[in-house]
Ligand binder design. Structure first.
Ligand code: ATP
Ligand code: MG
Length: 579
């Protein structure tokens, strides 16, 4: 929320979403016009009724007036219906379109964007803010048009019946306008705070729900409760401020209006005596003035939701304005040979303390296996995350088949890479669909082969629905090792020339790991593979082993070479095999 809110720009942009639905909007406005004209009609009717009945004693009034009333309310009802249905229709359509745009955009935002924006904040924008912006602006616009029209109609009538009086009444308009503007600014400020506090509430709650086991075992209930209390209280506090501004704005405006009314009464009564204003004329003038009050009050009242909508809109458009990942270069790539080269690659995370990778260089021929070992935090995952261009080097370059990764079309590049990452992500679907993730056209046979090779069938066969068993939210119904096997099956099915395994078998027991290593050895055949492993026994056969420390490669060679050298690798090896 760094950029200041520009209400006009937000509204214009929102309006562009509503534009395709202009027939419905027109119908709504028609309804509002009908509604407004009836109010003016009633004021007019009061005059006709009073003067006709009591002054002129016209007998036709007996039938005429009741019929006119019923007729007017039929028109008013129709207007009311259209005035609600039309904007409602447009509002929901805008919510849907806006939400779809935000979601689509979230899919193409770079990884670094997600580093900077917590999930709860993005979820709040997609759900709460999108809803708020359309709801608020639809309600507000409806009221705005309807009440403005009503006011215009009544004012017109007032001018027509006595312009001097009306002019006097209008003298207070600037005062009201000033008050409304002040209130608007306050509304906007508190709305913004409310929205960010909603994100806070969501974030804390989400952490507590996701991490409930963690909380239980660390008995962190009191701590979480305190965190929640802070967010919850901030939300309440800002809401209360909004409520206070809203609550005070009405009485103040009405008080000013009452002063105006007093003034008018003074002039009106004087004109009854001086200019012989008729009963009907006088009463209907007053009636119209009184009828003016409630749309006026509503008009002031819509400021709060409108400002809420505008700030919500601003935060939604902020997401949409965020630059998406580019398409990459123009070079096309059907299937890479898999020759990968890092040339003096430097990298540091934006906002991070310092360089995470420094001067990383290595090359590998097609079909080779490279293993990366090193202490936790030494930059192994960061290194491999640069291959699908989650991040780009700050200096140096990475080549695939002799060309800089940045030259390839991004989708083509990513098609070359299968990845089993450290934290496996499963979607809330069946085992089968999780294996075929991103490959909906995969044949049943291919899925089954992948499932067999990754030893998914081993446990799937025991489940009542086999591969069609749902895995639960994020695979919660599976064990860590089972999830990892699904991820491996997924990578197998993708059949890409570059394979990245980041601790892919770390969650497996030694027995399963040995079996899966067998399957992986087969899989590695003909592919360039990067393996990150803490368990050195799994990488002894690698063609090249890189030892990383603080973002730099400090040793390289085959298993035998590194052992003979007696350096860091040899030390790690000794440690693991003595244990
Ligand atoms: N998204 C990120 N934003 C900022 N800093 C990060 C991010 N991811 C990792 N880091 C930092 O970069 C450094 C290297 O992390 P990386 O995940 O590459 O280590 P690793 O070698 O894979 O460790 P491990 O063996 O524990 O998986 C760490 O200091 C970490 O704090
Ligand atoms: Mg890692």
């Amino acid at each position: 929320m760094a950029e200041p809110v520009d209400p006009q720009r937000v509204l214009v942009r929102l309006f562009s979403y509503a534009k395709p639905h202009w027939p419905m909007m027109a119908l709504g406005v028609l309804g509002m016009a009908l509604f407004a004209s009836v109010d003016t009609g009633i004021a007019f009717l009061v005059r006709t009724f009073l003067d006709g009945t009591f002054v002129e004693r016209d007998p036709r009034m007996v039938a005429w007036i009741p019929l006119a009333i019923v007729g007017l309310f039929v028109v008013r009802g129709t207007g009311d219906y259209l005035a609600n249905f039309g904007p409602g229709h447009v509002g929901r359509a805008v919510i849907k379109a806006l939400r779809a745009d935000v979601f689509r955009h979230l899919l193409v935002l770079p990884v670094s964007y997600y580093d900077r924006h917590p999930p709860a904040e993005l979820l709040a924008r997609l759900t709460y803010n999108v809803e708020l912006v359309s709801e608020a602006t639809t309600t507000a616009t409806t009221a705005l048009i309807k009440d403005t029209l009503t006011i215009a109609g009544l004012l017109g009538y007032l001018f027509w019946s006595n312009w001097q009086l009306t002019a006097a009444a209008l003298a207070i308009a600037p005062v009201i306008a000033f008050l409304v503007r002040t209130a608007n600014r306050l509304f906007r400020r508190y709305s913004m705070r409310i929205q960010s506090s909603v994100a806070d509430v969501t974030r804390v709650a989400r952490e507590a729900i996701d991490g409930q086991r963690l909380i239980k075992v660390f008995t962190a209930e009191a701590h979480e409760e305190r965190l929640f209390e802070i967010a919850n209280e901030r939300n309440r506090h800002n809401h209360m401020r909004l409520i206070a501004v809203r609550a005070i704005s009405n009485p103040v405006v009405q008080f000013i209006a009452a002063i105006g009314l007093g003034l008018i009464l003074f002039f009106a009564l004087r004109s009854v005596f001086r200019d012989h204003m008729s009963v009907g004329g006088f009463t209907s003038f007053l009636a119209a003035l009184v009828m003016l009050m409630s749309p006026l009050r509503r008009l002031v009242g819509i400021a709060a939701p409108l400002q809420q909508g505008i700030t919500a809109g601003h935060s939604v458009f902020e997401v949409l304005d965020e630059a998406a990942e580019d398409e990459g270069g123009p070079r096309r790539l059907a299937r890479a040979r898999g020759e990968l080269a890092f040339e003096h690659v430097d990298f540091g995370y934006v906002g991070g303390p310092g360089p995470v990778l420094s001067d990383v260089s290595f090359t590998t021929g097609s079909g080779r296996t490279i293993a990366i070992v090193g202490r936790s935090g030494s930059g192994k995952s960061t290194l491999v995350s640069m291959i699908p261009r989650f991040y780009d080097p700050t200096a140096g370059r990475i080549l695939l088949d002799g060309f800089d990764l940045r030259e390839y079309r991004r989708v083509d590049l990513r098609r070359q890479i299968a990845m089993v990452s450290q934290d496996v992500l499963l979607v809330d679907d069946t085992l089968r669909n999780n294996i075929a993730f991103g490959a909906p056209d995969a044949s049943l046979d291919a899925i089954e082969r992948a499932a067999r090779a990754a030893h998914v069938l081993e446990f799937a066969d025991e489940l009542p629905q086999g591969l069609d068993t749902p895995v639960g939210d994020r695979g919660a119904l599976l064990s860590g090792g089972q999830r990892q096997r699904v991820a491996i099956a997924r990578a197998l099915l993708k059949d890409a020339p570059v394979l990245v395994l980041d601790e892919a078998t770390a969650a497996l027991d030694s027995e399963s790991e040995r079996v899966i290593q067998g399957a992986l050895a087969e899989l590695r055949h003909g592919r360039t593979t990067l393996v990150i492993a803490h368990r050195l026994s799994t990488i002894e056969t690698a063609d090249l082993i890189l030892v990383m420390q603080d973002g730099a490669i400090v040793e390289r060679g085959t298993h035998a070479e590194l052992l003979a050298r007696g350096g860091i690798y040899a030390g790690l090896h000794r440690l693991q095999f003595n244990a």
